[in-house]
Design a protein around this ligand. Sequence first.
Ligand code: FES
Length: 108
Amino acid sequence: MVERDKKRGEEASIIVCRCEDVTLGEITDAIAQGYTTVDEIKHFLRAGMGPCQGRTCGHLMAQIIARETGRPIAEVWPMRARPPYHLVPFSTILHEPGEAVMFSKEEG
Ligand code: FES
């Protein structure tokens, strides 16, 4: 029992999301609190929100969730992708409400 707890403690410090420094222990704690989808873990811990956008850690999180919850991996993967559909120029954001927005070829 002590050996198992020691091993579990060592595993808890394993980094799963390198971009956001999220550990296996943080993810399993979040699952124990009821966050049982990749998207919920992502929103709660920011795992998967780093520069690689979950390409490195997404599958790992899905495997951890499947293991901890006993659900098949197909139920927890893929995570919801939210790609940017197109670039929005700052001039669009800075316009007053109701003001016409003009797009130029340079702005996309
Ligand atoms: S490793 Fe998790 S977002 Fe990059």
